[in-house]
Ligand binder design. Structure first.
Ligand code: SF4
Ligand code: SF4
Length: 484
């Protein structure tokens, strides 16, 4: 085997195996897109932290938490929706919907998910906000990191890490609340009576949030997440992406030089090469270099550039959400066009409607009770000594509730039929079978009629819940002499 020594590799290769990490110090910025991002951050974090405390009355014996993943009872509750273990295909449907929504967002506005809604972006923004509160803005942080350790710096860094850990701990704490009654679990956690698995999960999520949002930040987007690569293959020239308007910006030069150049009648772009768009970028991208896998389309460089343009009394949106086709059109002096409705956007929207519609129809038409009936194959019927006919059936009753239920079993459609359910108890003359929570029970039913019976007569087995009167039924046939 030919093994190349590491020293040899370094000597022969022009590029190192790994990109050296350069810490990024994003500068704070104000503007339209920053405000949108703050709003999205508040809404998404609010939803995440508070949802477990929303109550939803489902009746006695049922959990009253609006969103709950109930592993012991094998249920997923989402407000009025209750998903049973047999319905795991709804989770598949939700994943398909999420993927289609991502594709649609991408077709309309590129990586808008990454820039505004992705948990990595939201938590990184929160952690960066804490960093600015405690250590100051970009310049102060760079200066502090390059200088000696002072008591003030130690205090600031301690405060930052303490607040980061608190935010990470709340994130892990909120996560476990989705798996049990939130107020009860909060009390149990505080009194150290919660199950060990809850503390383990809080620990895992505290660690991952702290390291991903505090330290790894843009590296998750650049190296760990597969979406930028997939997105690049899915996008097209009609999708809106954060773009530098070359036709306006170039040739870039300082304000002084541009004034002089324009006075001489020479071309001078609006970009003054101030690098403000670069220093505010959370992934360290210079958008003026063109499309970049590192760009999460957050729009912060637009805010930074708009502020510069406003100060220079030049039109804003030198950097803007724009389409490749329009950038080209502008450079060629052609009119621009915006095409939101394109085959791919219509296709994605249509698929979302179909999948969502099917899931909704399935949810609205399902029942918590069902019955299956199978006729005995051999013998199909038995002739009784008194001239009557008897048929036997296997009945399977399914109870999808989390409480035991009692069902009265009856037959309909066959005049004079007598029913005997093996193992049933008699209640007011009715044959009653009890089915445990979330269980299926199989019983044997004997149906007899006096006198002769036709070849095949349809009959219906009906089960009725003694508590609430809800019913389900299944049909089969009663066979008699002459049946083939
Ligand atoms: S280049 Fe602009 S839009 Fe892209 S990540 Fe950086 S700041 Fe956000
Ligand atoms: S902020 Fe605007 S003017 Fe400044 S370098 Fe970036 S594109 Fe040019």
């Amino acid at each position: 085997m030919n093994v190349i020594a590491p020293a040899k590799v370094a000597e022969n290769d022009e590029q190192p195996f790994y990109q050296p990490h350069h810490k990024i110090y994003p500068q704070s910025v104000h503007g339209t897109f920053r405000r949108i991002k703050w709003f999205v951050l508040l809404v998404t974090l609010g939803i995440y932290y508070l949802t477990p405390f929303i109550r939803w009355d489902r009746g006695p014996g049922e959990p009253s938490q609006a969103v709950l993943i109930d592993f012991p009872h094998r249920r997923f509750y989402f407000f009025f929706i209750e998903i049973w273990p047999q319905e795991v295909y709804y989770i598949t449907g939700l994943l398909i919907l999420a993927a289609l929504a991502l594709f649609l967002m991408n077709a309309v506005a590129g990586r808008v998910w990454c820039g505004y809604l992705c948990p990595q972006t939201v938590w990184s923004d929160l952690f960066l906000l804490i960093e600015r509160w405690t250590e100051g803005d970009r310049r102060e942080r760079i200066k502090a990191d390059g200088g000696p350790w002072t008591a003030n710096l130690v205090a600031r860094k301690t405060a930052k890490h303490f607040l980061w850990l608190m935010a990470a701990w709340w994130t892990g704490g909120a996560w476990v609340l989705y798996f049990a009654d939130a107020p009860t679990l909060v009390h149990d956690l505080a009194t150290f009576r919660a199950p060990p698995i809850a503390y383990i999960w809080i620990g895992i999520l505290t660690f991952t949030t702290y390291s991903l949002a505090g330290y790894m930040r843009e590296q998750v987007c650049l190296y760990m997440c597969p979406w930028p690569r997939i997105q690049a293959a899915l996008t097209d020239e009609d999708a809106f992406n954060v773009s530098y308007r070359l036709d306006r910006g170039e040739p870039r030069m300082s304000v002084k030089k541009s004034i002089a150049a324009r006075a001489r009648g020479e071309a001078a772009g609006d970009c003054v090469d101030c690098h403000q768009c670069v220093v505010v970028c959370p992934t360290g991208v210079d958008i003026r270099d063109g499309p970049n896998l590192g760009c999460i389309q957050c729009g912060l460089c637009i805010d930074a550039c708009d502020a510069i343009m406003a100060r220079l009394d030049r039109p804003t949106r030198l950097i803007a959400y724009d389409t490749d086709i329009n950038i080209r059109a502008r450079m060629q002096g052609k009119p621009t066009i915006t095409r939101i409705m394109r085959p791919r956007t219509v296709l994605y929207a249509g698929l979302i409607a179909v999948v969502g519609g099917l899931m909704l129809a399935g949810l609205l038409t399902r029942t918590v009770t069902s019955i299956n009936v199978i006729h005995d194959r051999n013998p199909e019927y038995v002739l009784l000594s008194d001239g009557g006919v008897r048929n036997a059936y296997g009945i399977r009753v399914l109870n999808r509730r989390t409480t035991a239920r009692r069902f009265a079993v009856a037959v309909a459609g066959l005049p004079g039929a007598a029913l005997d359910v093996v193992g049933a108890t008699k209640v007011d003359g009715r044959q009653v079978v009890e089915v445990g929570p979330d269980q299926t029970r199989e019983v044997r039913a004997i149906v007899s009629v006096n006198g002769s019976a036709a070849n095949s007569t349809p009959i219906r087995f009906v089960i009725t819940d003694l508590a609430d009167g809800s019913a389900a039924s299944a049909t089969d046939n009663f066979r008699g002499p002459g049946a083939s």
